[in-house]
Design a protein around this ligand. Structure first.
Ligand SMILES: [Fe+2]
Ligand SMILES: [Fe+2]
Length: 296
């Protein structure tokens, strides 16, 4: 039986940063801009990102999931650039996106990403308005996109789903379980907050874990921490893998995990699913296979 190949990359934090106007640099944006000029532009490199995208294309995935933080301080120019980059990754039909905290960096711009990236954020049957969670069916997969993107105070990078999204998620999980689909949740923040990441946590993580424990899912994909992560969540019928990935543009500097991406090969085996997980990324200056394991 043939398998479905899903690629996953995250947190490109696209550079170079466009030159902001002075009036665009109030409050949190000014801090973010200085941070970019001081340090982050050395970490997030466009040439690395291009190598990662070329490598993922060479694997010929059936679909690619992108889990947020496309931009840095949510300048209007950044959204336009990010749209062009998305088109270089694939068509809206072949690429599913969820936003990250940097995509809703400052109040007033939280509504920017749905306009610029609309076709990549829309469910199969959605009206023109963008509404989370969204559902896309691709092969044996139900791809469910959540938004944790909310503007926050300076030095905070938290996220929130909210009651309405969690309720809708529970219904979608139930519905797609009845359809026997392989349910993939795409979310920017890790569902379980990593140690030391309080200021970057998902506020309603406990409530989300509760929805997952009751309704299940086959796979959770996230970004945000810019690190490799495999965490097992409780489900109604056994454990569910939640997989994080380094930033797709990250150079190997200091404690950074260098750029990488995930590939999941999904197939039906009798009554059960089989999912093999490969990681490809940089080790030193070389891009190659980092890991190859059977996940479920
Ligand atoms: Fe990020
Ligand atoms: Fe983030």
């Amino acid at each position: 039986m043939s398998s479905f190949l899903l690629g996953h990359l995250s947190d490109p934090h696209l550079g170079p940063m466009p030159q902001p106007r002075l009036r665009e640099l109030a409050g949190k944006r000014a801090i973010g801009y200085l941070n970019w000029r001081r340090k982050r532009h050395l970490v997030h490199r466009r040439d690395i990102l291009e190598d990662i995208v070329a490598d993922i294309h060479a694997q010929r995935p059936d679909h690619i999931a992108v889990t947020g933080d496309l931009v840095n301080i949510a300048l209007p120019m950044e959204f336009t650039e990010a749209r062009k980059w998305l088109e270089s990754v694939g068509t809206p039909d072949d690429v599913s996106l969820v936003p990250g905290n940097h995509d809703a960096y400052v109040r007033g711009f939280r509504d920017h990403f749905p306009h610029a990236w609309a076709e990549y954020l829309r469910g199969d049957e959605d009206a023109p308005t963008i509404d989370f969670p969204y559902l896309r069916r691709r092969g044996p997969l139900a791809l469910i996109g959540l938004s944790t993107a909310i503007p926050t105070a300076p030095f905070m990078a938290t996220g929130r789903l909210g009651h309405r999204q969690r309720e809708a998620l529970a219904k979608l999980l139930q519905q797609t379980a009845e359809e026997n689909l392989f349910r993939v949740l795409m979310i920017h923040h890790p569902p379980k907050t990593s140690p030391g990441r309080w200021a970057a946590r998902l506020h309603d993580s406990d409530e989300l874990l509760d929805v997952i424990a009751r309704h299940g899912a086959e796979l959770v994909l996230h970004g945000h921490d810019h690190r490799y992560a495999t965490v097992w969540l409780d489900g109604p019928r056994g454990r569910i893998p939640a997989i994080g990935v380094p930033s797709a543009s990250a150079a190997a500097l200091g404690h950074n995990h260098p750029a990488a991406y995930n590939l999941f090969s999904v197939m039906r085996e009798g009554d059960a699913w089989r999912c093999d997980h490969r990681v490809r990324g940089f080790s030193g200056n070389k891009l190659g296979e980092i890991k190859n394991e059977r996940l479920i």
